[in-house]
Design a protein around this ligand. Structure first.
Ligand code: PGA
Length: 251
């Protein structure tokens, strides 16, 4: 069955990579993307901020997209150590991840902060990838769908359009653990996310919804085939070019 939404396979390198190994990885992924010549799917890597410009240079002309992992809500100013969406754009990024659970927990990012960051991405001409997901306690307490709804309503800015928004569903307990929800659980979460988005915007049917959390080459085909899954946000497995490309091939 043909997909109506173009799948996006996004790699989140997190706080990994020094110039030499990161450039080697970027070049290998870019070569794979260039060789495959995909027009029916998009591949994106999000290196640490220090490497965005170099990775964008290495990806140039290959079709591989480059993004940031976070941005500040403001365009500039007295915010020591922070990086704005405009700076990421200037370095060659087209996307930015906002509200990753590690930033929500490590840096106390609230839904309101995440929403402001998504708006900052728009201001700079970047595509925000808004992350949401429940903790293990919330899942075990039967609160998954309610948590996703609260996070979406708080994090997705008013005025969202499908062409300017990607949402990533990442159960916190599945990130970096090797554990994943069942295909039915993923499909149920994504169906609920799309329904809630329908109450927030007029073209929710066009928004790409990524699944993230322990995606690897061997489980990608199954997870990517789940209902309403339009791609993946990949952490650990994105640090290996062959593994990351295998996930993209599984679309
Ligand atoms: P993981 O991370 O693939 O290593 O589980 C996913 C993420 O945090 O985006």
């Amino acid at each position: 069955m043909a997909r109506t939404r173009r799948p996006l396979i996004a790699g989140n390198w997190k706080m990994n990579g020094l110039t030499s190994d990161a450039l080697a990885l970027a070049k290998d992924v870019a070569a794979g993307v260039s060789q495959a010549g995909w027009t029916d799917r998009e591949l994106l890597v999000c290196p640490p901020a220090t490497l965005v410009m170099a990775v964008a240079g290495a990806a140039k002309g290959s079709g591989l997209l480059v993004g940031g992992q976070n941005c500040h809500a403001k365009a500039n100013g007295a915010h020591t150590g922070d990086i704005s969406a405009e700076m990421l754009k200037d370095a060659g990024a087209s996307h930015v991840i906002v509200g990753h659970s590690e930033r929500r927990s490590d840096c106390g990012e609230t839904d309101a902060i995440v929403r402001a960051k998504a708006q900052a991405a728009w201001r700079a001409g970047l595509m925000p990838i808004v992350c949401i997901g429940e903790t293990l306690a919330e899942r075990e307490g039967g609160k998954t769908l309610a948590v996703l709804e609260t996070q979406l309503k708080g994090s997705v800015p008013a005025g969202s359009m499908a062409a300017k928004l990607v949402v990533a569903y990442e159960p916190v307990w599945a990130i970096g653990t090797g554990k994943t929800p069942t295909v039915d659980e993923v499909a149920a979460a994504h169906a609920h996310i799309r329904k809630v988005l329908g109450s927030l915007m007029s073209d929710a049917s066009g928004v790409r919804l990524l699944y993230g959390g322990s995606v690897k080459g061997s489980n990608a085909a199954e997870l990517l085939a789940a209902g309403d899954v339009d791609g993946a946000l990949v952490g650990g497995a994105s640090l290996n070019a062959a593994e990351f490309l295998a996930i993209a091939k599984a679309v």
